[in-house]
Design a binder for this molecule. Structure first.
Ligand code: BES
Ligand code: ZN
Ligand code: ZN
Length: 464
């Protein structure tokens, strides 16, 4: 889809973006009133005779645009859209473009009949003659990266296993001029990433550790982004009940977000050195499964008693976090993204990311960036009492806490054990278990993968 502010000739439909306050000023006010259109958030009103679609908004422009695009995208006769709006600031145009691309997203890889999207061009008609080309370009890049992430998350576990994730990373690196280093089984063994290897052991697919880097000259800052890449999480011997196992192809969402972020930073040429690390593993069952009762020696030397093989993400991340800190000794921030706990979803719901860490300001900064980017995220605060619940009689720590409560935080506190003291204040943990994969449409997001984390972290990197 081509987006422009230059007048298009053949318009097939006009979208009119309006809020409740401006409704009276619209051309069709009397008619809209009869149709009880109130221009509330995501309200649509189609007038077939004049070929207009009125679109309401209150505080989420992207969501309104996405909703209207879902309405028009499969209509065969609609190729060129005109969008009329009284908004003409860069921020609003940015949100419009994001909404158009994210709302237009369709995943039909597994449909025998492909979905035809007929939209070719979107002409945004604004009151002023301002130049929005940079804004449109940037929004297009970030939206496309988000959709790129969605496409990978939505792949089935049989199509996307660690080797495939590594292949996707290699291709991205080649296309976007990123440095790329892939560790296979032998090299992972050499690095003593035994916690990760234990999780991977029962799978017919070998694990991979992926390292992508974007290294601009004279970079202002250096940031490490780490992603949980469980291409499938069956739970292992602590097997998930069937109802909880479906959707676990999405347990690679943190890794896929890292890929989307690397795509964005390279295409936007952000002047920050960004290193993306991914632990790509499949958690399966078999005669050689790792077991509850096993004691693992993590890469950093700490011993872990396994009491639940379904708390595997933290085992994988433990080793990848340590590997990242070993490979890049000096940096400004280290941020991990993971679908880490069901408890986070229980705590804050399906749509919100949990932000954890030891640095109050950093957590608040990420919260602001999430909001600005159109994502929901909220800080969850650690405390010393929850930290004690990971204590263990047999090994240094346990992979699950001894309390049923506060599971998102105790998982975060487990990860903290693998962040070096000097880096504790540079670290953020983002639990995206809720928003990464939701089985219904919400705002700009479709059924399935949302690309959670991409917009928020890119916004954070841009703000540095
Ligand atoms: N991948 C899951 C967490 C998850 C749950 C992600 C729901 C997305 C939606 C993770 O590996 C897991 O199974 N966590 C356990 C931890 C427990 C055993 C301490 C959980 O949340 O139940
Ligand atoms: Zn699990
Ligand atoms: Zn998992």
């Amino acid at each position: 889809m081509n987006i422009t502010t230059i007048k298009l000739e053949n318009i097939d439909i006009e979208l009119i973006l309006t809020n409740a306050n401006d409704l009276e000023k619209t051309f069709d006010f009397e008619l809209l009133k009869k149709l009880s259109f109130k221009a509330e958030q995501d309200d649509l009103c189609f007038l077939p005779e004049s070929n207009k679609l009125y679109v309401g908004y209150s505080d989420d422009i992207s969501s309104s645009i996405a909703t209207s695009f879902r309405f028009v995208s499969t209509k065969e006769y609609i190729n060129n859209i005109k969008l009329t709006t009284s908004l003409d600031d860069q921020e609003s145009i940015y949100q419009i473009v994001i909404g158009a691309f994210l709302g237009n997203y369709k995943f039909d890889k597994y449909k025998s009949k492909k979905i035809d999207i007929h939209i070719k061009s979107l002409y945004i008609s604004t009151p002023s003659e301002k130049d929005f080309s940079e804004t449109i370009k940037k929004a297009t890049t970030i939206a496309n990266s988000t959709n790129f992430t969605r496409d990978i998350v939505n792949m089935t576990p049989d199509d996307c296993y660690p080797k495939v994730l590594a292949k996707i990373a290699t291709t991205l690196a080649n296309e976007n001029n990123l440095e790329c280093n892939i560790l296979k089984q032998k090299q992972i063994e050499k690095e003593k990433m035994n916690a990760l290897l234990a999780v991977a052991r029962a799978s017919r697919h070998d694990p991979r550790v992926i390292h992508l880097s974007h290294k601009p000259k004279n970079a202002k800052r250096k940031v490490l982004i780490i992603g949980k890449g469980l291409t499938y999480d069956s739970g292992g011997l602590s097997l998930k009940p069937s109802d909880f196992m479906t959707t676990m192809k999405s347990d690679k969402s943190g890794a896929c977000a890292v890929l989307g972020i690397m795509k964005s930073v390279s295409e936007l040429n952000i002047d920050i050195e960004v290193h993306g690390f991914i632990g790509a593993v499949e958690n399966m069952i078999g005669g050689d499964s790792f077991k509850p009762d096993d004691v693992l020696v993590a890469k950093n030397g700490k011993t872990i008693e396994v009491r639940n093989t379904d708390a595997e993400g933290r085992l994988v991340l433990a080793d990848v976090l340590d590997f990242a800190q070993q490979e890049i000794s000096e940096f400004d921030y280290i941020i991990d993204l993971a679908t880490l706990t069901g408890a986070c979803v229980v705590g804050v719901g399906n749509y919100t990311t949990g932000i954890m860490g030891h640095n109050e300001n950093l957590k608040n900064k990420m919260k602001e960036c999430a909001k600005k980017s159109g994502e929901f995220a909220t800080p969850l605060d650690f405390n010393r009492f929850l930290a004690k619940t990971l204590k263990n009689e047999v090994a240094d720590i346990c992979n699950i806490s001894n309390t049923r409560y506060g599971g998102a935080l105790t998982a975060g506190l487990f990860l903290s054990e693998f962040i070096k003291d000097e880096n504790k204040d540079k670290w953020l943990h983002l639990d995206i278990a809720g928003p990464a994969y939701v089985e219904h449409i919400w705002g700009v997001n479709p059924h399935g993968a949302s690309g959670a984390g991409v917009r928020m972290v890119v916004e954070f990197l841009e703000s540095l």
